[in-house]
Design a protein around this ligand. Structure first.
Ligand SMILES: NC(=O)c1ccc[n+]([C@@H]2O[C@H](COP(=O)([O-])OP(=O)(O)OC[C@H]3O[C@@H](n4cnc5c(N)ncnc54)[C@H](OP(=O)(O)O)[C@@H]3O)[C@@H](O)[C@H]2O)c1
Length: 267
């Protein structure tokens, strides 16, 4: 299904995005990798080319609309079409609303929300022509607002609304739209998280929570696109949380209240 398809994956020089790009390239897709850091983009391109993959690297910030248009132009110049966009680039942040600086929210909403919307706006005209699709990477944290993760939960939930609007706007165009909800997934050693004052700190290894293997999360993403499913969860916990919240919102918020300390103390 992915052979000769052109697939743009934002934020794809490490972690979930990079592995998704790699597995799609293995299946003979032409992949576009991206991040804000030239060295990381160049290293990923070199690594993929050494494996014989078809790849284009584009450095830039997806929360900047002009950059998204430039990325579109570079992809069209190299491959002449776009089939799928995976809006994977995202930042993590932790801190209560009382302690978090305003600029952290500005950055989180810019990257996680506009950084998913702007590439979609840039690539959509081409994706309509190919009847491909757009997948948004949300999170289990986008199902319910977690204490100490308001910036992350809020932005990941906004993405779901965007996807829902888009899905119905594009019914007649036969464009696929999906939302993926990864659970805690094995991190890249360089993954960062913003502190309440806005410093980017390397995320310490998560203790005391079950972490999904990277390939499990990535294979779910790829299968979801193949099946053109609207929602997919990397763990049964995500699906259970979604079902519980939909059916019993008050009970879900009560359970969250009972577990708030554990969540707020989680690293
Ligand atoms: N890992 C998990 O447990 C988990 C769970 C649920 C959801 N998710 C979601 O899954 C996605 C990938 O997660 P991950 O853990 O693999 O992330 P990650 O290791 O932090 O990688 C994110 C990538 O995005 C790039 N990036 C960040 N801001 C960008 C921007 N403005 N423009 C372009 N690229 C940007 C980063 O590179 P540069 O810094 O070089 O730009 C980095 O390569 C994220 O959306 C995340 O929220 C992850």
């Amino acid at each position: 299904m992915f052979k000769d398809r052109v697939i743009v994956i934002t934020g794809s020089v490490q972690g979930i995005g990079k592995r998704t790009a790699e597995l799609l390239a293995e299946r003979e897709a032409h992949v576009v990798v991206n991040s804000r850091t030239t060295e990381k983009v160049n290293a990923t391109v070199a690594e993929f080319e050494a494996k014989g993959y078809s790849v284009l690297g584009v450095t830039g910030d997806v929360s900047n609309f002009d950059f998204c248009i430039e990325m579109h132009d570079l992809v069209m110049a190299k491959f002449g079409r776009v089939d799928y966009l995976i809006n994977n680039a995202g930042l993590a942040a932790k801190g209560t609303i009382s302690e978090t600086q305003a600029n952290v929210y500005q950055k989180m909403y810019a990257v996680n929300v506009l950084g998913s919307l702007f590439p979609t706006m840039a690539f959509l005209p081409e994706i309509k022509k190919t009847k491909g699709g757009v997948l948004f990477i949300s999170s289990m944290a986008g199902i319910i607002g977690l204490p100490s993760y308001s910036a992350y939960s809020g932005t990941k939930r906004s993405i779901v609304s965007l996807a829902e609007s888009l899905k119905n706007e594009l019914v007649d165009d036969e464009v696929y739209i999906g939302v993926n909800y990864p659970g805690f997934t094995e991190n890249d050693a360089k993954k960062e998280i913003l502190s309440p004052s806005g410093e980017a700190n390397v995320m310490i290894k998560r203790e005391g929570v079950k972490v999904e293997p990277l390939d499990k999360t990535v294979n779910k993403i790829i299968r979801q696109i193949e099946k053109r499913k609207f929602r997919s969860y990397s763990s049964y916990k995500g699906r259970a949380l979604q079902t519980m919240y939909r059916l019993f919102p008050t009970l879900s918020l009560f359970a969250l209240k009972k577990n708030r300390r554990k969540i707020m103390d989680m690293q």
